[in-house]
Design a protein around this ligand. Structure first.
Ligand SMILES: [Mg+2]
Length: 372
């Protein structure tokens, strides 16, 4: 399936003059960095470019074609020389008052993209007006909103901000954003004992949607999401009528598999994370290395058999299962008196340490072996 960049022209590729009509070369000025970055996007990313532009009254006396096309053709040719090719160029010629179904934000010119051939969910509209963001909404894709030419508060008035994947005035940032592979992954595992579905986004902001059937376990997993700023969706069912063991172990396994899958070849990540975190009288420390090898050091002892509905012996087992499947070294120590505080501090420090380890800070694989 093809992913599309639906790219606006005026205010996005070229600067928009006050009269909003580019009908002479004197008015032509490219946005800073647009040519270089569109060229890099063409080389490094897997998108098909489509230009989509409203040109009010094109072909009428107020905007004759012979004042539009010389500049338009120059723009297209200049970009083509840098490897930026538009598969399609769609120009609506209507005036706003006509409310034409072909005029952005309507999708009348773009109906062909509503097909199995195109991956609209992972496509973007790049533009500088609220109508570009609304077009993204209507196409069921996301918007990249370029600031500086129109009123950004329109996004709030029209409740459109949530459709923006990126808001920026800088084309370098657009390239960086599009060239960063998404690390959202999902893993589903079903056995005779449990059924576990996990979706993670290490680049998230801490959204948690967790249901394992064990309330205290849910509360602990939520700490990873919230304090690690990792989006975490976990839906698990298991043979709790036997006991809690299989379910907790299998969530650890699948969560580890999800991180292994998400981090892929681990290019650019910090690799290491360490965090010491107090919670009242307790002190927890987690150190993690996504080394490609599994090891767990566990210095945590609990006096009670259970905290809430979770057996304390399963804390170790959860982290062991995670370490084995994420293929990471995990070193956890906790001291304190209150069992609830102790294990909650562990999960919080674990979330913080993971976030530090998985953050992208370069583009090298951090190992003298060349692979992790
Ligand atoms: Mg525009």
């Amino acid at each position: 399936m093809k992913k599309i960049l639906f790219i606006d022209r005026d205010g996005t590729i070229i600067k928009e003059p006050e009269d909003e009509q580019i009908d002479s070369f004197e008015k032509l000025q490219f946005l800073p960095g647009v040519i270089t970055n569109l060229s890099e996007i063409a080389k490094k990313c897997d998108f098909t470019n489509v230009m989509i532009s409203n040109q009010d009254g094109l072909g009428t006396d107020v905007f004759p074609e012979n004042t539009f096309f010389p500049v338009q053709n120059f723009i297209v040719e200049t970009l083509k020389d840098e490897g930026v090719v538009f598969e399609d160029i769609h120009i609506d010629r209507s005036f706003p008052k006509e409310n034409s179904p072909t005029r952005k934000p309507e999708t009348g010119l773009l109906t062909k993209y509503f097909s199995q051939e195109y991956d609209l969910e992972n496509s973007f509209v790049i533009g500088d007006r609220w109508s570009d963001v609304e077009l993204a909404k209507n196409l069921n894709c996301k918007a990249i909103f370029i600031t500086g030419f129109s009123d950004e508060t329109e996004l709030d008035k029209r409740n459109l901000r949530k459709y923006c994947a990126l808001i920026t005035s800088n084309w370098n940032e657009i390239y960086k954003f599009l060239n960063t592979p998404t690390r959202n992954v999902e893993v589903y595992r079903k056995t005779n004992e449990t059924e576990v579905y996990i979706e993670i986004n290490p680049d998230g902001d801490g959204q948690a949607d967790i249901n394992t059937g064990l309330h205290f376990f849910d509360h602990m997993l939520e700490q990873i999401a919230k304090h690690g700023s990792i989006d975490l969706k976990i839906k698990a069912k298991g043979d709790l009528e036997v006991d809690e063991h299989h379910l907790i172990e299998d969530v650890g396994i699948v969560l580890g598999q999800a991180f292994k899958k998400s981090l892929s070849d681990k290019r650019g990540i910090n690799r290491y994370g360490f965090f010491t975190l107090p919670m009242d009288e307790s002190l927890a420390q987690t150190a993690i290395d996504f080394s490609g090898r599994a090891w767990l050091v566990w210095n945590a002892y609990f006096k009670r058999e259970k905290v809430g509905d979770m057996p304390t012996e399963m804390f170790l087992h959860f982290f062991k299962s995670f370490s084995d499947n994420a293929e990471c070294n995990l070193n956890i120590t906790v001291s304190g008196e209150n069992e609830h505080h102790k294990i909650e501090a562990v999960f919080k420090s674990f979330g913080k340490a993971i976030k530090q380890a998985v953050e992208i800070s370069g583009n090298k694989i951090l190992s003298t072996k060349g692979i992790i």
